[in-house]
Design a protein around this ligand. Structure first.
Ligand SMILES: Cc1ncc(COP(=O)(O)O)c(C=O)c1O
Length: 346
C-alpha cells in the first residue's frame, strides 16, 4: 500500500488569485447571471473553439438541459454507455427519455460506432458518448447514424480529437466543474457548449425557468445557473488548464516509462485523441493500490436495472483500477506506485 492520494492536484498556488477574484465580486452584489458568468462563457467558448458556452449549476443539469434543448422528449430513446458515472443516464431520464445502454471498447473505455450501432432502434433520438477518464470518444465516427450527438465532456476539459477540442465535436457538449475535475471550480458548476445558435438559446431559456424575460414562462425549465463567484474562480483557473493537462500527460508517460505495463494493461487513447487523464485507469485482476470505479455499471444499478448484455462493460467494471494522477504527481511518487503494483500483482 502507498499513502499517495488518488487525486494529486493542488490549488494552493492560486489561493491569493482566487481570493482576489471573489473579493472583486462580493461588493458588486451581483451573484447570479452577471458579468463574470458572461465573461467566462465567452472565454471558455473561445478556448474550445465553439460559438456558445452557457453556464449552468452542474454537469448533471447540463446534460438534462442540453438533451431537452436538442429536442429530446418523453418516449424517446437515447443511447448512453453503462460504464460511466450514473449522472449520464440519470440526466437522460430526467429529460423524459429512456436510456438505452451500449457497450464500450475495453482498451479506451469509450463507446465506438459498433457498440452504439448495436443499441440503436427506430426510437433512438440522440447519442451521448462519454469522454471517460479524460479520453476522447470517437465522435466523428458516430456521425454515420445521422442522429444528434451530445458529448458528455465532464471528465475531459482540454482533451482533443484530431486537433478539435472535446466539447466542439458534437451537436452540443456538457461539462462539469466539480472540484476534482480537470477544470475545477470551488463548488458545483457546469456548462453546455454548442455551435448551434438555436440550441444555445434554448439552453439559456431552460436554465432560467423557461423564461426569456423573467415574466413570461414559455416552458417548464430549471433554476440552474453557474453563479458569479464560481465563474470568477473559473476565469482564474482556465488559463492554467493546458499546462495542468500537460502535467497529467507527462505523469502518464512516466508510468509507462517506469514499467507499469509489466503489471497492468495501460490506458489507450482513442486514435487521434489527446487524452487528458482526468483519472489514470489501468486494468488488472489484482493490484494492492488504487481504486476501482463504476464497479456496478449503471445498467445494473437498482434505480435502473436494465436487461442488457454488455461484456466489455462488465470486464471493465471488474478489472479497472484508478492509480494516483494529478497536476502535482512527482516521478518519485509514480515510482512508488509502480513498485507497489509490482509487489502485489498476480
Ligand atoms: C461522466 C460524468 N458525467 C456527468 C457528471 C455530472 O457532473 P456534476 O457532478 O457536476 O453534476 C460527472 C461528474 O460528476 C461525470 O463524471
Amino acid at each position: 500500500m502507498t499513502d499517495i492520494p488518488l487525486f494529486v492536484t493542488s490549488l494552493a498556488p492560486y489561493n491569493d488569485r482566487l481570493a482576489e477574484a471573489i473579493t472583486r465580486v462580493i461588493p458588486t452584489r451581483r451573484f447570479i447571471l452577471g458579468p463574470e458568468v458572461e465573461a467566462f462563457e465567452r472565454e471558455f467558448a473561445d478556448y474550445l473553439g465553439v460559438r456558445h458556452c452557457v453556464g449552468v449549476a452542474n454537469g448533471t443539469d447540463a446534460l438534462t438541459i442540453a438533451l431537452r434543448a436538442l429536442g429530446i422528449k418523453a418516449g424517446d430513446e437515447v443511447v448512453v454507455p453503462s460504464f460511466t458515472f450514473y449522472a449520464t443516464a440519470e440526466a437522460t431520464i430526467m429529460a423524459g427519455a429512456t436510456p438505452v445502454f451500449c457497450d464500450i471498447d475495453l482498451d479506451t473505455f469509450c463507446v465506438t460506432s459498433d457498440t452504439v450501432r448495436a443499441a440503436l432502434t427506430p426510437r433512438t433520438k440522440a447519442i451521448v458518448p462519454v469522454h471517460l477518464f479524460g479520453n476522447v470518444a470517437p465522435v466523428p465516427q458516430l456521425r454515420e447514424f445521422g442522429l444528434p450527438i451530445l458529448e458528455d465532456a465532464a471528465q475531459a476539459a482540454g482533451g482533443e480529437l484530431d486537433g478539435i477540442k472535446a466539447g466542439a465535436l458534437g451537436d452540443a457538449a456538457t461539462f462539469s466543474f466539480f472540484p476534482s475535475k480537470n477544470l475545477p471550480c470551488l463548488g458545483d458548476g457546469g456548462a453546455v457548449t454548442t455551435n448551434d445558435d438555436g440550441i444555445a438559446e434554448r439552453v439559456r431559456l431552460l436554465r432560467f425557468h423557461g423564461s426569456k424575460d423573467k415574466s413570461t414562462f414559455t416552458e417548464v425549465g430549471y433554476n440552474s445557473r453557474l453563479d458569479e463567484l464560481q465563474a470568477a474562480a473559473l476565469r482564474v483557473l482556465l488559463p492554467e488548464l493546458d499546462d495542468w493537462n500537460e502535467r497529467r500527460r507527462r505523469a502518464a508517460s512516466t508510468y509507462e516509462r517506469l514499467g507499469l505495463g509489466e503489471h497492468a494493461v495501460l490506458p489507450r487513447p482513442v486514435d487521434g485523441a489527446k487524452h487528458v487523464y482526468h483519472l489514470y485507469v489501468v486494468r488488472a485482476n489484482d493490484l494492492p493500490v488504487g481504486r476501482r470505479y463504476y464497479r456496478v455499471p449503471v445498467h445494473r444499478q437498482p434505480a435502473i436495472a436494465a436487461t442488457v448484455t454488455l461484456p466489455a462493460t462488465e470486464e471493465a467494471a471488474r478489472t479497472n483500477v484508478a492509480l494516483p494522477m494529478g497536476t502535482h504527481l512527482t516521478e518519485e511518487q509514480i515510482r512508488t506506485v509502480v513498485a507497489a503494483c509490482g509487489s502485489g500483482s498476480t
